[in-house]
Design a protein around this ligand. Structure first.
Ligand code: NAP
Length: 542
């Protein structure tokens, strides 16, 4: 008797998560004609673009390099209205895709998977659902997202605040008036910088509680006219081919002239161009040396620091906004729109909580060692238990009941970020140690989804019941990922690229965690595709 006959809630394949990865994955599996469904904890699809509704939320990727590349019809039908499209429009896009390909019929919403256990005898995963009920599947594809486990700071009295407070990930769906409100925000990462830039002129007073400043450079957004969109459509093949060939997965190409082959003035002239350009041009289009050579990095950092000094009127405030503990590009670069000018406004106050730490949250607001700030609203832009957080929060038990969280205690261990030894028949999209984290997400996600679909097609066609990453192949990949950090200055940073999060036990920088492959999207795709084409090297089938 097959598993299908044993259980009424059995499916051959279950996909978890209806974000960018899950949507494409369920499309591919349904196109292949498999018995597959998608489980989503939220009440609708969209993943990161469903949850992150905070003001100012938008792509940092050029919109037309972010969208799916798999359907010419889709590319022809969709008009990106801005170079860096905003959250509501991005959510509309994902709904458009799901509706166009009739994917909702495969999706079960309000179905939050809280644990998963592998049953070796029957070769099935049993998925327990929060609130009761379970599903069974021979294969599971987890697309839970690398930035889906928000973290709140552990501050005394956090729950006593009398006003409204929430993490940016949980920004309310209902319209929220900010007019006249005294707003406090903790966190100045990519999210905080977007929110602050957007709301400063809409609130009564804004107090920014900054622990460590971040480097940030202009997004330089602009509308995309119908004429320009027609041109983009005609270039889509070229655009995606370029993205597939660059380390970052963007169109921006690293400059190959060599940092030290140019004079200082020539470098500055080049950086002036990059600072006016849009998106990650200044990050991904710069000299490779600025990410490996301390002296080159220091020179670029000083250039960006001077830009901040020019934009912020008060020299003391400017100095507080300039990172002193890490160089430009050592952490994920937030992109900004008029962010630094915000600090020239009378209603904005920057509080350095390194100098005067937050002592507690009171019903009235936030109390630091120096002052009490009365507030109506507290926004926590305090980031995520990135990459492994979504997995650690689930109880995932593989062979002999081993908990995945225990295996990954000192950092994730995966094979190409898409399988982990001891967890057969479980695939990951944008998983730990894949290329997704360090490149344009959807470009890497497409490689990943197509790879998983290829393996599934192979097992289904050959009526195989078990596939697992070999232990030795995994060790090699983990070493390769660690090596990808070796030359990069970012290994010295304190951001999610090195698995740092002060709000998560054990993620305080005391151990080396290597959450993302840093060798570039193009190289990752080459190695991954070669291994899969070489008889699925590193995988063991039964
Ligand atoms: P983040 O980069 O981790 O930043 C969190 C911020 O909160 C940091 O400034 C951090 O300070 C601060 N913080 C954390 N705990 C704190 C505490 N206990 N006390 C005081 N301050 C605390 O998180 P994020 O800004 O949400 O961004 C996460 C990632 O999401 C980004 O790197 C990016 O990949 C993605 N993202 C993408 C977009 C986009 O594509 N458009 C937009 C937003 C975010 P420290 O630096 O001192 O730790």
């Amino acid at each position: 008797m097959s598993s299908r006959d044993n259980y009424s809630d059995y499916h051959d394949i279950i996909v978890i998560g209806a974000g960018v990865g899950g949507i494409y994955q369920i499309k591919m599996l349904s196109d292949l004609g498999y018995d597959a469904i998608l489980l989503e904890g939220d009440d609708d699809l969209g993943g990161t673009w469903y949850r992150n509704r905070y003001p100012g939320c938008r792509f940092d990727s050029e919109s037309y390099t972010y969208g799916y590349s798999f359907s010419r019809e889709l590319l022809d039908e969709w008009h990106w209205k801005e170079r860096f499209s905003s959250q509501p429009e991005n959510l509309k896009y994902l709904n458009f895709v799901a509706d166009k390909f009739d994917l909702r019929r495969h999706m079960r919403f309000n179905t939050y998977v809280q644990s998963m256990t592998w049953h070796e005898g029957e070769r099935v995963w049993v998925l327990q659902i929060k609130g009761g009920g379970e599903y069974r599947a021979r294969f599971v594809v987890s697309s839970m997202g690398p930035l889906s486990a928000p973290t709140l700071p552990d501050i005394e009295g956090r729950d006593t605040f009398a006003g409204e407070s929430f993490h940016t990930f949980w920004w309310p769906k209902d319209p929220l008036s900010l007019q006249g409100k005294r707003v406090g925000i903790i966190g100045t990462g990519a999210t905080g910088i977007q929110v602050i830039g957007e709301i400063a002129d809409k609130v009564g007073e804004l107090t920014v509680f900054q622990r460590r400043p971040n480097w940030s450079s202009p997004l330089n957004n602009s509308p995309i006219s119908a004429h320009e969109m027609a041109n983009i459509r005609s270039r889509y093949d070229e655009i995606f081919a370029t993205c597939a060939s660059t380390p970052s997965g963007f169109e921006h190409q690293p400059d190959r002239r060599g940092f030290w082959n140019l004079t200082h003035d020539e470098r500055v002239a080049f950086w002036d161009e990059l600072y006016q350009a849009s998106g990650f041009a200044i990050l991904a289009g710069n000299f490779a040396e600025v990410y490996t050579d301390e002296a080159a990095n220091a020179e670029l950092s000083e250039y960006i620091a001077n830009r901040i000094r020019q934009r912020v009127h008060d020299p003391e405030t400017a100095e507080q906004l300039i990172p002193k503990d890490h160089g430009f590009g050592m952490q994920r670069l937030p992109l900004e729109t008029h962010y630094f000018e915000v600090y020239n406004r009378d209603n904005v106050n920057l509080v350095n909580i390194n100098a005067t730490p937050i002592e507690r949250i009171t019903p009235q607001g936030i109390e630091t060692t120096a002052a009490q700030y009365d507030l109506d609203l507290i926004i926590y832009a305090t980031g995520f238990d990135a990459v492994t957080g979504a997995y650690d929060r689930l109880d995932i038990r593989g062979v002999e009941g081993a908990l995945l969280k225990d295996k990954w205690r000192h950092g994730p261990q995966t094979y190409f970020g898409f399988m982990s030894h001891g967890y057969p028949n479980l695939f990951m999209i944008a998983g730990p140690q894949s290329a997704s984290g360090a490149s344009n997400f959807p470009r890497a996600i497409e490689v990943n989804v197509e790879g998983v679909s290829g393996v599934l097609e192979y097992v289904m066609t050959n009526a195989l019941t078990r596939v697992e990453a070999q232990a030795e192949a995994e060790v090699h990949w983990v070493q390769e990922v660690a090596r990808s950090y070796e030359k990069l200055l970012l290994r010295k940073g304190k951001g999610w690229f090195v698995g740092y999060n002060s709000n998560v036990a054990g993620h305080d920088g005391s151990t080396n965690r290597f959450p993302a492959y840093q060798g570039g999207g193009a190289r990752f795709a080459k190695l991954y595709k070669e291994a899969m084409a070489d008889n699925y090297r590193g995988l063991e089938f039964q």
